[in-house]
Design a protein around this ligand. Sequence first.
Ligand code: PMP
Length: 365
Amino acid sequence: MQVKRVFQNMAPYTPGKQIEEVKKEYGLSKIVKLASNENPFGYSEQVKQAIPNMLDHLEIYPDGYATQLRAALASKLGVGEKQLIFGCGSDEVVDIICRTYLENGTNTIMATPTFPQYKHNALIQGADIVEVPLVNGYHDLPNMLKAINKDTRVIWLCSPNNPTGTLINKEELVSFLNKCPSDTMVVLDEAYFEYIEQRKNPNSISLLETYNNLVILRTFSKAYGLANLRVGYGIASEEIATYLNITRGPFNTTSVSQLSALTALHDTEFLQKTHSRNLENKKAFMTACDNMNLEYYESEANFLFVKLPTTGDELFEYLLTKGFIVRSGEALGHPNGVRITIGSKEQMLELETNIKEFLAFNKGV
Ligand code: PMP
């Protein structure tokens, strides 16, 4: 069978190592997974309590429009209900954007390294990919603007950027949007929005009123801790959201996921705790890195990209033997580093001890 030609150079997504796999391979009983930027504090107790009540009618299709969640979220964000699109994770919203706006003869601009799904989905739609290297871990916005031509349909800004964690501040964002042609879509992926320090909050939602070409992506997978239930969303002009909703599968989020997201939305205390604990543990880990003479990118997310005197793979392999799964930079386009999700205080202290041992061992070799 003839598959699309582009598949000759593509492979399925390689996820971070799975807990059970590592346990078995290394004969370990305890594993700490700090590889996929999940929430080390779990998820809202209110969601846990509500889930059993959501299981009564699994034989019925869900409300594809996610009416209740849509109303609550629109009201919380101060946008119209028709400005929202829900996806099976924001992953799916990325795919939906590509399917709606990209095709042969168009191009799309993104940073490198950044979240790989923009490129992956755009390639499948036959678009040309323009990658603009980060500068010191930050988006190179002037060069991204220079890369725009008449065939550019979508520009991806990941802020905080995965894997570097760097933030595009509000002034830079506004200046970028002012210079960007109004018929070129700008997707601002804010998967880690809830982790941004309050004083640095770019208040991106308020920009939607001025910039009709802006699409903002957020998710319940990260700070809300519901990665397994797969709910992400996009916020855009009514016109864009309508097109995206045409592309969307009719029942792409389940009732359990919608109601869990709705419950999580109301538990502001859990979110606040996640935010402050992450900040505290991240700052402590940054100090630890300073003491180990390890550089890192300034991160506004729940992970830190640490630069190493060795390859990322070497530290990754070493930490596996100690029961820690981190993400080697090798697979993320940055071989001399690792991306580490910020875990609990205890997890981070144990990790620090292991990294120290690794560094001491490597110095001695
Ligand atoms: N965007 C970014 C920047 C991410 O890091 C991730 C998750 N790794 C996603 C989107 C997708 O998250 P989800 O599909 O779970 O909403």
